[in-house]
Ligand binder design. Structure first.
Ligand SMILES: Nc1nc2c(ncn2[C@@H]2O[C@H](COP(=O)(O)OP(=O)(O)OP(=O)(O)O)[C@@H](O)[C@H]2O)c(=O)[nH]1
Ligand SMILES: [Mg+2]
Length: 397
Protein backbone atom coordinates (compact mmCIF):
# COMPACT_ATOMS: atom_id res chain seq x y z
CA UNK A 1 0.00 0.00 0.00
CA UNK A 2 1.23 3.46 -0.89
CA UNK A 3 0.54 6.17 1.68
CA UNK A 4 1.12 9.79 0.79
CA UNK A 5 0.29 13.24 2.07
CA UNK A 6 -1.00 16.12 -0.08
CA UNK A 7 -1.32 19.70 1.10
CA UNK A 8 -3.42 22.47 -0.42
CA UNK A 9 -5.63 25.39 0.56
CA UNK A 10 -8.75 23.25 0.84
CA UNK A 11 -9.53 19.58 1.29
CA UNK A 12 -11.04 19.42 -2.22
CA UNK A 13 -7.87 20.82 -3.75
CA UNK A 14 -5.65 18.41 -1.83
CA UNK A 15 -7.82 15.44 -2.90
CA UNK A 16 -7.71 16.67 -6.51
CA UNK A 17 -3.89 16.76 -6.32
CA UNK A 18 -3.85 13.22 -4.92
CA UNK A 19 -6.18 11.95 -7.65
CA UNK A 20 -4.09 13.63 -10.31
CA UNK A 21 -1.01 11.80 -9.10
CA UNK A 22 -2.42 8.46 -7.93
CA UNK A 23 -5.72 8.09 -9.81
CA UNK A 24 -9.30 7.68 -8.65
CA UNK A 25 -8.66 4.58 -6.57
CA UNK A 26 -7.27 6.44 -3.57
CA UNK A 27 -8.70 6.11 -0.11
CA UNK A 28 -8.71 9.16 2.15
CA UNK A 29 -7.23 8.12 5.47
CA UNK A 30 -7.04 11.41 7.31
CA UNK A 31 -7.69 15.12 6.87
CA UNK A 32 -6.11 17.79 9.09
CA UNK A 33 -5.32 21.48 9.19
CA UNK A 34 -1.60 22.34 9.21
CA UNK A 35 0.30 25.58 9.78
CA UNK A 36 2.70 26.50 6.98
CA UNK A 37 6.31 26.23 8.20
CA UNK A 38 9.34 28.42 7.59
CA UNK A 39 10.07 32.07 8.22
CA UNK A 40 6.91 34.16 8.17
CA UNK A 41 4.90 30.91 8.12
CA UNK A 42 2.68 32.36 10.82
CA UNK A 43 1.60 35.06 8.39
CA UNK A 44 0.32 32.57 5.86
CA UNK A 45 -3.13 30.95 5.98
CA UNK A 46 -3.56 27.45 7.42
CA UNK A 47 -3.51 24.63 4.90
CA UNK A 48 -5.27 21.30 4.66
CA UNK A 49 -3.23 18.13 4.66
CA UNK A 50 -4.88 14.99 3.30
CA UNK A 51 -3.33 11.57 3.86
CA UNK A 52 -4.33 9.10 1.16
CA UNK A 53 -3.63 5.43 0.55
CA UNK A 54 -3.49 3.41 -2.61
CA UNK A 55 -3.22 -0.35 -2.82
CA UNK A 56 -0.09 -1.58 -4.56
CA UNK A 57 -2.27 -3.81 -6.75
CA UNK A 58 -4.29 -0.81 -7.77
CA UNK A 59 -1.16 1.22 -8.34
CA UNK A 60 0.19 -1.29 -10.84
CA UNK A 61 -3.27 -1.63 -12.37
CA UNK A 62 -3.38 2.14 -12.76
CA UNK A 63 -0.10 2.13 -14.56
CA UNK A 64 -0.76 -0.79 -16.84
CA UNK A 65 -4.46 -0.79 -17.54
CA UNK A 66 -6.54 2.01 -18.97
CA UNK A 67 -9.53 3.00 -16.85
CA UNK A 68 -11.99 0.17 -17.46
CA UNK A 69 -15.55 -0.13 -16.21
CA UNK A 70 -14.39 -2.63 -13.62
CA UNK A 71 -11.82 -0.24 -12.27
CA UNK A 72 -14.35 2.58 -12.09
CA UNK A 73 -16.57 0.34 -10.02
CA UNK A 74 -13.74 -0.56 -7.63
CA UNK A 75 -12.90 3.13 -7.28
CA UNK A 76 -16.42 4.04 -6.38
CA UNK A 77 -16.55 1.29 -3.75
CA UNK A 78 -13.28 2.48 -2.30
CA UNK A 79 -14.37 6.07 -2.33
CA UNK A 80 -17.60 5.25 -0.56
CA UNK A 81 -15.76 3.28 2.06
CA UNK A 82 -12.74 5.48 2.13
CA UNK A 83 -14.13 8.82 3.13
CA UNK A 84 -12.31 9.14 6.36
CA UNK A 85 -11.58 5.50 6.80
CA UNK A 86 -9.83 6.35 10.04
CA UNK A 87 -13.02 7.52 11.65
CA UNK A 88 -14.94 4.48 10.48
CA UNK A 89 -12.40 2.04 11.81
CA UNK A 90 -11.76 3.87 15.05
CA UNK A 91 -14.00 1.79 17.26
CA UNK A 92 -12.75 -1.38 15.61
CA UNK A 93 -9.17 -0.50 16.30
CA UNK A 94 -9.87 0.35 19.91
CA UNK A 95 -11.59 -2.97 20.30
CA UNK A 96 -8.70 -4.89 18.77
CA UNK A 97 -6.16 -3.01 20.83
CA UNK A 98 -8.03 -3.72 24.04
CA UNK A 99 -8.15 -7.41 23.09
CA UNK A 100 -4.44 -7.28 22.46
CA UNK A 101 -3.88 -5.79 25.89
CA UNK A 102 -6.08 -8.42 27.50
CA UNK A 103 -4.18 -11.15 25.68
CA UNK A 104 -0.88 -9.76 26.94
CA UNK A 105 -2.18 -9.78 30.51
CA UNK A 106 -3.68 -13.26 30.40
CA UNK A 107 -0.73 -15.25 29.06
CA UNK A 108 -0.40 -18.18 28.49
CA UNK A 109 -2.73 -18.21 25.52
CA UNK A 110 -5.31 -21.00 25.30
CA UNK A 111 -4.02 -24.23 23.80
CA UNK A 112 -6.35 -24.06 20.85
CA UNK A 113 -5.47 -20.55 19.84
CA UNK A 114 -1.74 -21.10 20.19
CA UNK A 115 -1.99 -24.27 18.11
CA UNK A 116 -3.86 -22.40 15.42
CA UNK A 117 -1.26 -19.68 15.42
CA UNK A 118 1.84 -21.80 15.37
CA UNK A 119 2.40 -21.32 11.69
CA UNK A 120 2.03 -17.57 11.81
CA UNK A 121 4.31 -17.32 14.81
CA UNK A 122 7.02 -19.34 13.15
CA UNK A 123 6.98 -17.24 10.01
CA UNK A 124 6.96 -14.13 12.14
CA UNK A 125 10.14 -15.19 13.89
CA UNK A 126 11.85 -15.45 10.57
CA UNK A 127 10.48 -12.08 9.57
CA UNK A 128 13.12 -9.61 10.62
CA UNK A 129 11.18 -6.45 9.87
CA UNK A 130 8.04 -6.88 11.87
CA UNK A 131 7.69 -5.99 15.50
CA UNK A 132 6.17 -8.52 17.94
CA UNK A 133 3.29 -6.11 18.55
CA UNK A 134 2.59 -5.95 14.84
CA UNK A 135 2.68 -9.74 14.64
CA UNK A 136 0.25 -10.04 17.53
CA UNK A 137 -2.10 -7.58 15.91
CA UNK A 138 -2.06 -9.48 12.63
CA UNK A 139 -2.57 -12.76 14.45
CA UNK A 140 -5.54 -11.26 16.25
CA UNK A 141 -7.05 -10.20 12.93
CA UNK A 142 -6.54 -13.73 11.61
CA UNK A 143 -8.19 -15.29 14.65
CA UNK A 144 -11.11 -12.90 14.39
CA UNK A 145 -11.66 -13.90 10.76
CA UNK A 146 -11.51 -17.60 11.66
CA UNK A 147 -13.88 -17.09 14.59
CA UNK A 148 -16.29 -15.50 12.13
CA UNK A 149 -16.02 -18.66 10.01
CA UNK A 150 -14.08 -17.18 7.14
CA UNK A 151 -12.58 -20.18 5.33
CA UNK A 152 -8.96 -20.71 6.43
CA UNK A 153 -7.94 -20.65 2.79
CA UNK A 154 -9.31 -17.13 2.29
CA UNK A 155 -8.07 -15.89 5.67
CA UNK A 156 -4.58 -17.14 4.78
CA UNK A 157 -4.74 -15.34 1.44
CA UNK A 158 -5.44 -12.10 3.26
CA UNK A 159 -2.58 -12.74 5.65
CA UNK A 160 -0.21 -13.40 2.77
CA UNK A 161 -1.21 -10.09 1.21
CA UNK A 162 -0.58 -8.37 4.54
CA UNK A 163 2.86 -9.98 4.81
CA UNK A 164 3.78 -8.48 1.46
CA UNK A 165 2.62 -5.01 2.42
CA UNK A 166 4.26 -5.10 5.87
CA UNK A 167 6.91 -2.56 6.76
CA UNK A 168 8.60 -1.94 10.14
CA UNK A 169 6.66 0.30 12.50
CA UNK A 170 3.60 0.32 10.30
CA UNK A 171 0.80 1.68 12.52
CA UNK A 172 -2.04 -0.69 13.36
CA UNK A 173 -4.56 1.48 11.62
CA UNK A 174 -2.68 1.13 8.32
CA UNK A 175 -2.66 -2.63 8.67
CA UNK A 176 -6.35 -2.60 9.52
CA UNK A 177 -7.19 -0.23 6.68
CA UNK A 178 -5.24 -2.40 4.27
CA UNK A 179 -7.11 -5.62 5.12
CA UNK A 180 -10.42 -3.75 5.31
CA UNK A 181 -10.01 -2.33 1.83
CA UNK A 182 -8.85 -5.62 0.39
CA UNK A 183 -11.91 -7.44 1.70
CA UNK A 184 -14.28 -4.74 0.47
CA UNK A 185 -12.75 -4.93 -2.98
CA UNK A 186 -13.09 -8.71 -2.98
CA UNK A 187 -16.76 -8.42 -2.04
CA UNK A 188 -17.52 -5.89 -4.77
CA UNK A 189 -20.85 -4.15 -4.77
CA UNK A 190 -24.07 -4.98 -6.56
CA UNK A 191 -26.67 -2.47 -7.67
CA UNK A 192 -29.38 -5.02 -6.89
CA UNK A 193 -32.40 -4.91 -9.14
CA UNK A 194 -31.84 -2.41 -11.93
CA UNK A 195 -34.70 -1.05 -14.03
CA UNK A 196 -34.89 -2.25 -17.59
CA UNK A 197 -34.25 0.33 -20.28
CA UNK A 198 -37.64 -0.27 -21.80
CA UNK A 199 -40.47 -2.60 -20.90
CA UNK A 200 -40.78 -4.67 -17.78
CA UNK A 201 -37.81 -6.08 -15.91
CA UNK A 202 -38.45 -9.72 -15.02
CA UNK A 203 -36.83 -10.82 -11.78
CA UNK A 204 -36.61 -14.50 -10.96
CA UNK A 205 -35.98 -15.84 -7.44
CA UNK A 206 -34.63 -19.36 -7.16
CA UNK A 207 -33.07 -21.47 -4.44
CA UNK A 208 -33.44 -24.25 -1.88
CA UNK A 209 -36.62 -24.88 0.11
CA UNK A 210 -37.56 -22.63 2.99
CA UNK A 211 -34.75 -20.11 2.63
CA UNK A 212 -37.14 -17.16 2.35
CA UNK A 213 -37.71 -16.67 -1.39
CA UNK A 214 -41.39 -15.76 -1.10
CA UNK A 215 -40.82 -13.52 1.92
CA UNK A 216 -37.96 -11.76 0.13
CA UNK A 217 -40.18 -11.14 -2.91
CA UNK A 218 -42.85 -9.68 -0.64
CA UNK A 219 -40.28 -7.37 0.96
CA UNK A 220 -38.94 -6.17 -2.39
CA UNK A 221 -42.42 -5.85 -3.91
CA UNK A 222 -43.45 -3.78 -0.88
CA UNK A 223 -40.45 -1.51 -1.24
CA UNK A 224 -40.87 -1.00 -4.95
CA UNK A 225 -44.63 -0.59 -5.05
CA UNK A 226 -45.21 1.43 -1.89
CA UNK A 227 -42.02 3.46 -1.52
CA UNK A 228 -40.96 3.85 -5.13
CA UNK A 229 -44.46 3.80 -6.61
CA UNK A 230 -43.43 1.33 -9.29
CA UNK A 231 -45.86 -0.93 -11.10
CA UNK A 232 -45.26 -4.48 -9.89
CA UNK A 233 -46.78 -7.78 -10.93
CA UNK A 234 -46.28 -10.98 -8.94
CA UNK A 235 -46.08 -14.33 -10.65
CA UNK A 236 -45.56 -17.71 -9.05
CA UNK A 237 -44.40 -20.93 -10.63
CA UNK A 238 -44.59 -22.67 -7.27
CA UNK A 239 -47.38 -25.16 -7.80
CA UNK A 240 -45.75 -27.89 -5.71
CA UNK A 241 -47.45 -26.90 -2.46
CA UNK A 242 -51.07 -25.78 -2.24
CA UNK A 243 -50.28 -23.11 0.32
CA UNK A 244 -47.36 -21.70 -1.66
CA UNK A 245 -49.36 -19.78 -4.24
CA UNK A 246 -51.72 -18.55 -1.53
CA UNK A 247 -48.81 -17.11 0.44
CA UNK A 248 -47.80 -14.86 -2.46
CA UNK A 249 -51.42 -14.12 -3.39
CA UNK A 250 -51.97 -12.75 0.11
CA UNK A 251 -49.03 -10.35 -0.31
CA UNK A 252 -50.32 -9.36 -3.77
CA UNK A 253 -53.75 -8.61 -2.25
CA UNK A 254 -52.24 -6.47 0.51
CA UNK A 255 -50.11 -4.53 -1.96
CA UNK A 256 -52.97 -4.38 -4.47
CA UNK A 257 -50.80 -5.64 -7.31
CA UNK A 258 -51.78 -8.23 -9.95
CA UNK A 259 -50.95 -11.85 -9.26
CA UNK A 260 -50.77 -14.91 -11.54
CA UNK A 261 -50.05 -18.62 -11.01
CA UNK A 262 -48.32 -20.24 -13.97
CA UNK A 263 -48.25 -23.96 -14.72
CA UNK A 264 -46.26 -24.10 -17.94
CA UNK A 265 -43.68 -22.30 -20.02
CA UNK A 266 -46.48 -21.11 -22.34
CA UNK A 267 -48.39 -19.59 -19.43
CA UNK A 268 -45.19 -17.94 -18.28
CA UNK A 269 -44.68 -16.37 -21.69
CA UNK A 270 -48.27 -15.22 -21.70
CA UNK A 271 -47.82 -13.61 -18.27
CA UNK A 272 -44.67 -11.79 -19.42
CA UNK A 273 -46.63 -10.54 -22.42
CA UNK A 274 -49.61 -9.42 -20.32
CA UNK A 275 -47.43 -7.56 -17.82
CA UNK A 276 -45.03 -6.08 -20.36
CA UNK A 277 -46.01 -2.50 -19.50
CA UNK A 278 -45.24 -2.93 -15.83
CA UNK A 279 -41.94 -1.83 -14.26
CA UNK A 280 -41.11 -5.14 -12.60
CA UNK A 281 -42.41 -8.70 -12.76
CA UNK A 282 -41.25 -10.68 -9.72
CA UNK A 283 -41.32 -14.43 -10.28
CA UNK A 284 -41.42 -16.84 -7.33
CA UNK A 285 -40.36 -20.45 -7.82
CA UNK A 286 -40.73 -23.60 -5.79
CA UNK A 287 -37.88 -24.39 -3.45
CA UNK A 288 -35.75 -27.18 -4.83
CA UNK A 289 -33.17 -29.44 -3.35
CA UNK A 290 -29.99 -28.98 -5.33
CA UNK A 291 -29.77 -32.77 -5.33
CA UNK A 292 -33.07 -33.20 -7.20
CA UNK A 293 -32.25 -32.93 -10.89
CA UNK A 294 -35.86 -33.37 -12.03
CA UNK A 295 -36.97 -30.33 -10.02
CA UNK A 296 -34.02 -28.31 -11.20
CA UNK A 297 -34.94 -28.96 -14.81
CA UNK A 298 -38.23 -27.08 -14.21
CA UNK A 299 -36.20 -24.03 -13.25
CA UNK A 300 -34.06 -24.53 -16.32
CA UNK A 301 -37.17 -24.51 -18.47
CA UNK A 302 -38.38 -21.25 -16.93
CA UNK A 303 -35.00 -19.69 -17.54
CA UNK A 304 -35.02 -21.03 -21.06
CA UNK A 305 -38.29 -19.16 -21.65
CA UNK A 306 -36.50 -15.97 -20.72
CA UNK A 307 -33.99 -16.67 -23.48
CA UNK A 308 -31.23 -14.12 -23.44
CA UNK A 309 -33.54 -11.21 -22.84
CA UNK A 310 -31.55 -8.40 -21.26
CA UNK A 311 -34.56 -7.30 -19.21
CA UNK A 312 -34.11 -10.21 -16.87
CA UNK A 313 -32.28 -10.80 -13.60
CA UNK A 314 -32.00 -13.93 -11.51
CA UNK A 315 -31.36 -14.09 -7.77
CA UNK A 316 -30.25 -17.21 -5.94
CA UNK A 317 -31.68 -16.97 -2.44
CA UNK A 318 -29.54 -18.62 0.24
CA UNK A 319 -29.86 -18.79 3.98
CA UNK A 320 -26.89 -17.57 5.99
CA UNK A 321 -27.61 -20.42 8.41
CA UNK A 322 -26.95 -23.17 5.84
CA UNK A 323 -23.73 -25.19 6.29
CA UNK A 324 -20.77 -23.94 4.26
CA UNK A 325 -20.30 -27.25 2.48
CA UNK A 326 -23.93 -27.27 1.32
CA UNK A 327 -23.77 -23.65 0.20
CA UNK A 328 -20.81 -24.56 -1.98
CA UNK A 329 -22.77 -27.41 -3.58
CA UNK A 330 -25.86 -25.25 -4.11
CA UNK A 331 -24.02 -22.34 -5.74
CA UNK A 332 -22.14 -24.77 -7.94
CA UNK A 333 -25.29 -26.57 -9.06
CA UNK A 334 -27.18 -23.38 -9.94
CA UNK A 335 -24.16 -22.00 -11.75
CA UNK A 336 -24.59 -24.77 -14.31
CA UNK A 337 -28.17 -23.60 -14.92
CA UNK A 338 -27.95 -19.82 -15.03
CA UNK A 339 -26.05 -16.69 -14.17
CA UNK A 340 -27.25 -15.16 -10.89
CA UNK A 341 -26.59 -12.80 -8.03
CA UNK A 342 -26.97 -13.96 -4.44
CA UNK A 343 -29.33 -12.91 -1.69
CA UNK A 344 -28.47 -14.03 1.84
CA UNK A 345 -31.40 -14.38 4.22
CA UNK A 346 -31.72 -14.97 7.98
CA UNK A 347 -28.67 -12.96 9.00
CA UNK A 348 -30.54 -12.46 12.26
CA UNK A 349 -30.29 -16.18 12.96
CA UNK A 350 -26.52 -16.49 12.82
CA UNK A 351 -23.67 -14.90 14.72
CA UNK A 352 -21.08 -15.34 11.98
CA UNK A 353 -21.03 -13.94 8.47
CA UNK A 354 -17.90 -15.67 7.16
CA UNK A 355 -19.98 -17.61 4.65
CA UNK A 356 -20.87 -14.43 2.80
CA UNK A 357 -17.19 -13.81 2.14
CA UNK A 358 -16.48 -17.47 1.40
CA UNK A 359 -19.34 -17.83 -1.06
CA UNK A 360 -18.55 -14.59 -2.85
CA UNK A 361 -14.98 -15.77 -3.43
CA UNK A 362 -15.99 -19.31 -4.26
CA UNK A 363 -18.85 -18.58 -6.69
CA UNK A 364 -17.57 -15.24 -8.00
CA UNK A 365 -21.21 -14.10 -7.95
CA UNK A 366 -22.15 -10.80 -6.39
CA UNK A 367 -24.22 -10.52 -3.22
CA UNK A 368 -27.14 -8.20 -3.96
CA UNK A 369 -29.30 -8.15 -0.83
CA UNK A 370 -29.32 -9.42 2.72
CA UNK A 371 -32.38 -10.00 4.90
CA UNK A 372 -32.40 -10.09 8.68
CA UNK A 373 -35.89 -10.89 9.94
CA UNK A 374 -39.44 -11.84 9.14
CA UNK A 375 -40.86 -8.33 8.93
CA UNK A 376 -42.21 -7.42 5.52
CA UNK A 377 -41.05 -5.10 4.00
CA UNK A 378 -38.56 -3.75 6.56
CA UNK A 379 -36.02 -6.52 7.10
CA UNK A 380 -34.08 -6.29 3.85
CA UNK A 381 -31.31 -4.10 2.53
CA UNK A 382 -28.89 -3.82 -0.34
CA UNK A 383 -25.74 -5.69 0.63
CA UNK A 384 -23.28 -3.30 2.23
CA UNK A 385 -19.71 -4.71 2.05
CA UNK A 386 -18.33 -2.12 4.47
CA UNK A 387 -20.73 -3.14 7.19
CA UNK A 388 -20.08 -6.87 6.71
CA UNK A 389 -16.30 -6.51 6.55
CA UNK A 390 -16.30 -4.47 9.73
CA UNK A 391 -18.24 -7.25 11.42
CA UNK A 392 -15.89 -9.92 10.03
CA UNK A 393 -12.94 -7.99 11.46
CA UNK A 394 -14.48 -7.93 14.91
CA UNK A 395 -16.44 -4.69 14.83
CA UNK A 396 -19.78 -4.56 16.52
CA UNK A 397 -22.85 -5.66 14.61
N1 LIG B 1 -35.47 -15.08 10.89
C1 LIG B 1 -35.73 -14.91 9.60
N2 LIG B 1 -36.69 -15.62 9.02
C2 LIG B 1 -36.94 -15.42 7.72
C3 LIG B 1 -36.20 -14.50 6.94
N3 LIG B 1 -36.67 -14.56 5.66
C4 LIG B 1 -37.65 -15.48 5.67
N4 LIG B 1 -37.83 -15.99 6.90
C5 LIG B 1 -38.80 -17.02 7.34
O1 LIG B 1 -38.45 -18.26 6.76
C6 LIG B 1 -39.62 -19.04 6.58
C7 LIG B 1 -39.68 -19.51 5.12
O2 LIG B 1 -39.86 -18.40 4.29
P1 LIG B 1 -40.47 -18.49 2.82
O3 LIG B 1 -40.44 -17.12 2.27
O4 LIG B 1 -41.76 -19.20 2.83
O5 LIG B 1 -39.35 -19.39 2.16
P2 LIG B 1 -39.34 -20.00 0.68
O6 LIG B 1 -37.94 -20.03 0.24
O7 LIG B 1 -40.30 -19.26 -0.16
O8 LIG B 1 -39.86 -21.46 0.97
P3 LIG B 1 -40.42 -22.55 -0.10
O9 LIG B 1 -41.30 -21.80 -1.04
O10 LIG B 1 -41.12 -23.54 0.73
O11 LIG B 1 -39.22 -23.11 -0.76
C8 LIG B 1 -40.79 -18.14 6.95
O12 LIG B 1 -41.18 -18.46 8.26
C9 LIG B 1 -40.21 -16.75 6.90
O13 LIG B 1 -40.86 -15.84 7.74
C10 LIG B 1 -35.15 -13.74 7.58
O14 LIG B 1 -34.45 -12.93 6.99
N5 LIG B 1 -34.96 -14.00 8.90
MG1 LIG C 1 -41.93 -19.92 -1.29
Amino acid sequence: MIIKKFTAKTEEEAVALAKKELGNGIVIMNVKQVKPGGLLGFLRAKQTEVTVALEEERESLRRTVKETGEQEKASSILQNSGNNIEKKLDSLQTLLESQLKAERETAPVSANASERNKETVQTSEQEEHSSPEQEKFIRLLYNTLIDNEVDERYANQLMEDLEKAKKPNLPFDFILASIYQKMILKFGKSDGIVPSGEGAKTVLFIGPTGVGKTTTIAKLAGRYSVEEKKRIALVTADTYRIAAAEQLRTYADILEVPFRVIYSAEEFEQALQDFKDFDYIFVDTAGHSHKNDAQLSDIEQLIHTMGDKPAYQCFLVLSATTKYRDLIKITEKYKSITDYQMIFTKLDETATLGNLYNLKLFSEKEIAYVTYGQNVPDDIELFDPQKTVKQLLGGRN
